[in-house]
Design a protein around this ligand. Structure first.
Ligand SMILES: [Zn+2]
Length: 293
């Protein structure tokens, strides 16, 4: 079976270094096995998006030589697929309507969701969210970088939303549907998403999908102890220093590129990375990025 991987950014801003690291690791992991590498733009939440960000991300990937296979997929154009999956969950009684407002939840003083609408179904499904009921017990999975992970469902936030009251499909549902529809075999992404994995495994099971392998690279922390993310305005990557950044990225991923490659061009660096990729060398925890100081 040909491995199929993907990089799936949200267009909320330009590509920052943490996302580049995830894209590079996924690319190397797939290309090292002659697999297909796809790009999916997760543009499901228009209020959070920035005009032009998707194009800017794609240009940055190209500038780093991270070329993808096939057309870029945009989640905003795939509502019909998500709707069909939601219908399936409803038919199977795996999803139920919920019209609780944030205020009502707050007044009930519940942590997360208390299952109120499962016991008292709303009279109409208009303006309702849909939640998926989670099982008792625990969910386990083997992460190729982080090792064995175990989640107790009762520590979670309760039955989770797959369709929002504002009419948008939730990230969890869209990701699972797309990964299945695109035939993704290997998911490699940032550790900021690791706690979403149990929900995604559960949805795959309920929807009868194949479960891909999971690997989560560590999140990079800057000198101030903040996670590098668009939320704390990690600087966008300028393409002029891309050789240096690519060399740094390979080093941070534990791949130990030889120092003579420090002045190599992007193609040479990527070629070296593909030929020498070893996921066992990727650290589970990333030490502070010294260049931030
Ligand atoms: Zn409710």
């Amino acid at each position: 079976m040909t491995p199929v991987g993907r990089f799936a950014p949200s267009p909320t801003g330009p590509l920052h270094f943490g996302s580049l690291l995830a894209a590079l690791a996924s690319y190397l992991d797939i290309r090292a096995r002659n697999g297909r590498w796809l790009i999916r733009i997760e543009d499901l939440d228009p209020p959070r998006e920035q005009p032009g960000a998707a194009d800017s991300i794609l240009h940055t990937l190209e500038a780093f030589g991270l070329y993808w296979d096939g057309p870029v997929v945009y989640q905003s154009q795939r509502q019909a697929l998500y709707r069909a999956a939601l219908e399936q969950l409803r038919r199977q009684n795996d999803a139920y309507a919920c019209n609780c407002s944030r205020k009502q939840l707050r007044l009930r003083g519940v942590q997360g969701y208390d299952g109120h609408c499962l016991k008292h179904p709303p009279a109409s499904t208009d303006d309702c969210a849909f939640r998926v009921s989670h099982p008792e017990g625990e969910q386990q999975f083997e992460d190729r970088i982080q090792g064995r992970r175990q989640y107790h469902w009762h520590h979670h936030e309760g039955d989770f939303v797959v369709f929002r009251r504002d009419g948008l499909f939730a990230y969890q549902l869209a990701v699972v549907v797309d990964d299945a529809e695109q035939g993704i075999t290997d998911i490699l992404r940032g550790s900021d998403l690791i706690d979403e994995t149990p929900h995604q495994l559960l949805l795959q099971e309920r929807l009868g999908y194949h479960t891909p392998t999971y690997a989560h690279i560590p999140v990079i922390i800057n000198a101030a102890g903040q996670k590098l993310s668009k939320q704390n305005l990690a600087p966008a990557i300028g393409t002029e220093e891309r050789q240096t950044l690519l060399f740094q990225a390979l080093s941070l991923l534990g791949q130990q590129p030889p120092t003579e490659l420090q002045s190599a061009d992007v193609e040479t660096l990527l070629h070296w990375g593909v030929c020498h990729w070893n996921i066992a060398r990727v650290p589970a925890v990333l030490t502070l990025a010294q260049e931030e100081s």
